[in-house]
Ligand binder design. Sequence first.
Ligand SMILES: Nc1ncnc2c1ncn2[C@@H]1O[C@H](COP(=O)(O)OP(=O)(O)OP(=O)(O)O)[C@@H](O)[C@H]1O
Length: 324
Amino acid sequence: MIELEGLTKRYGEKVAVNDLTFAVRPGIVTGFLGPNGAGKSTTMRMMLGLDNPTAGDVRIDGRHYAQIKHPLKYIGALLDAKAMHGGRSAYNHLLCLAQSNGIPDSRVREVLDTVGLTAVAKKKAKGFSLGMGQRLGIAGALLGDPQILMFDEPVNGLDPEGIHWIRNLMKGLAAQGRTVFVSSHLMSEMALTADHLVVIGQGRLLADMSMADFIRQNSRSYVRLRSPQQERLRDVLHAEGITAVEAGNGTLEVDGTPVERLGELAARHSLVLHELSPQQASLEEAFMQLTAESVEYHAHSDTRAPDTSGWQQSNQQWSQKREQ
Ligand SMILES: Nc1ncnc2c1ncn2[C@@H]1O[C@H](COP(=O)(O)OP(=O)(O)OP(=O)(O)O)[C@@H](O)[C@H]1O
């Protein structure tokens, strides 16, 4: 278990981490999300004793990192895959880590095998690709067979097979009862991997809840209906006290009524339906909605990536229509 209590970090005027209190529990994968500059890496560095908090406290199984004798046996971390001696071979890099942490040499071959680097074990790390470097960093995290694992952007540089592998690795580690804490900007990947989310913005805690609750609370779920008998359908719904909002392209949207009830109502009145589909926003949409106000770095160009403001706008319009 990792516990943070009022954790704060200032760099001069800048408050990078602002009074964070949360716990990371064993047996599940906890995702750590936040826009660029939100304070994720700073938080993780303080968890590992690499930075001192300005205020507050972080404890690993009740102890400060510095109090743990052989830390790699308790907590394994991938922070910066480039942070290694490039002149050493992958094998020697891990051997040095093992020997300074009281870990048997035999463990080096095991973790090299786990991450798929056995064939290049004798090659110098500085010649490694980004993905190979990530794998070596992950091998270092696994070396001490720790109960707590922390990964900062672990899929960075990995190919689809590698992404699939790390996803299953993290889920497997959590299923063994370990504590797994992972940050990533890849929302689709996070949605497939994490059970629980901690979300921060401008150093502050924005959410600490299950993935399902996070999406439910930060997005709109509704049912979309399409029928060639739209007018009759609207009348039937209206008579039942159900508000259906026209959403263009011949579709109606209904909020707050289970999809089963809508289907049964249509059947009872012999209405033809071409579509009856529950709609749930993605993690990415829920994340954008929650963090919209705490994004520090906005792109300002005509070629910027598509954002979800359209989605937010239609959400607002929809809410306004519902209120009318
Ligand atoms: N050593 C430092 N000195 C001064 N400011 C710092 C330092 N380290 C981080 N910061 C600032 O603290 C804030 C949080 O940075 P941090 O790297 O923790 O964010 P992050 O959530 O990991 O961002 P990203 O997703 O972009 O990696 C940023 O505004 C950053 O500029």
